[in-house]
Design a binder for this molecule. Sequence first.
Ligand SMILES: [Zn+2]
Length: 314
Amino acid sequence: MNEGTNSCKNCGNRFQGNYCNRCGEKVYTDHDKSILRFFEDALHFVTHFEGTFFNTLRAIFSQPGRLSSDYCDGLRKKYFKPLPFFMLLVVLYLIFPLFTGLNMPFSYYLQKNSYAAKVTTAKSGINIDSALSVIYQSEEQQNIVNEQEVFVYQTKAMNTLIESDEKLLAIEHNFNKKSEKISKILLIILLPLTALVLWLLSLRKRRYFFDHLVLATELNSFYLLFSFFILPLLLTLFYKLFPASITKSVGEAAVGIFAYLVVASFAAKAFRLFYRDRWWWAVLKSLLLVIAHYFIVQVIYKFILFAITFHYST
Ligand SMILES: [Zn+2]
């Protein structure tokens, strides 16, 4: 169409063809000024968006590791960029929270986290540790030992304690409100932390940290898709199809282990393709990865989540 030399309207570069080879600006003709073209652009944006979105989803589910391997090889046009894709999933999760997921109520932290107990004591003037030891004592007296029952009992006792004090109640209210959003946005820290683990597990490969970060983003995108969209739907179906006598015996731990086994098998396949690992090493690495991931989510992520949310709710 545009034979001969063009000069770029954007950067002044002189070049041949329809796109500037320095900045990428297009050469527009009178044809581009038709009214139809104006609306075509919008349609193109939507269909292109949809196309790359579904290409990306399909790549993730049909061939784990393909997306990252293509992206690192410079084959990028047909996919969503990894980070925007991950962020899009986070936004979808924000809009459709099928699972409470990693968003824990304030009382949970008071039971499980000594740091939470300490800073809450300092802020509210109520000694959480001594309140907890009173709860532990009455637990022992009533002979509550089953892990599930202990948790229910402690949560109840904690809520009673919180409701008895205005200051604590205000902190709890703010905390739970803020935590809902912060817990989701903070998912982004899973990416560099997972990349660090991949880098350590693949030191011999001598790849750029960037490559590990790309794969970490694909792995966490799958983790998010599976744990927060697919699994809740599977569980709903499971509870509908089977009688309570069967579903009752499936504990939270079993569901968690199942989810991580699925993520591990995804990771093992991705390692085979992305790092060209031998299968036994890919399997071993995937198990190490999910153990590290569990630690990252349960300890590091939850701690940072608590600290940030607490900071903004007091
Ligand atoms: Zn240019």
